[in-house]
Design a protein around this ligand. Sequence first.
Ligand SMILES: *Cc1c(COP(=O)(O)O)cnc(C)c1O
Length: 290
Amino acid sequence: KIIKFNGCYHGHTDSMLIKAGSGLAGTAEASSAGVPSGVAEDTLILELADLAAVAECFQAHPDQIAAIIIEPLPANCGLLPQRIEFLQGLRQLSLENKSLLIFDEVISGFRMGLGGMVEKTGIVPDLTTYGKVIGGGLPVGAVAGKKQVMENLAPIGKVYQAGTLSANPLAMVGGLSTLKELTPAFYQKLEKNSEKIVTTFGQWFKEYEGGKFSHYQIVRQGSLFWLQPNSDKIEQSCNIPADLCEKFYPLFETLLNKGIYLSPNAFEIGFVSGAHDDSVCAELKKRLWD
Ligand SMILES: *Cc1c(COP(=O)(O)O)cnc(C)c1O
């Protein structure tokens, strides 16, 4: 069995297309048609930030939990930074129970610095997954991990892993070229411009039409940011009110009319990239106050 957290997204493999069930805590049901119930049964869904529930889950399924998978910086249900103690607790529990800890850094990888959340937290998982920016715009996914674990993969080990597009030369060159750009100077600039963009939004929220959007909260972690329309404290788990999108549309529409295009989905976050340079920051200011 594998422990997954509500609100974290790990791609469209059957065992990860699972959401929390309506019955007992920890039960699961498929979030897509076509997922066999036998597969759903092996995925245990828990809430983020709740370490006690993870400990209980291990007790309830002794010697049955192969791994815990988590986005160490959950970024698919808004942006929900977790307390370091929670992530450290997962590492501890997985070690105690001889389970693997998998960090899904498909979003946070290379965005939160070169070493991603592994570097930022100092927590070393057994496996880490990467995708999205690692390909420099070309389709690439990658898995990294401890030698002892990686040696299970073919051709050295018994776990089959291959595909027509695996190690695709064009995608590899695209990814490598991107990674070579990721110097300390790049990250300094990225941090500076991310802060600038978010500060600009914050200031505009206060001023626009006498504070029409002043209830907005901005969550930022490095080059990732989330503009969310709740004045309440943001929870660390993904129990976000159902009317979030409805509340978000006025902002989306206002910005779109100014030529500033956010994702239309309130749960999607914003990403600052190398293309967002000083001139883009200046243009953002100009358009916001125009
Ligand atoms: C997008 C995403 C994935 C899936 O990546 P694909 O390349 O679409 O398979 C996995 N994990 C996280 C955190 C993602 O955001």
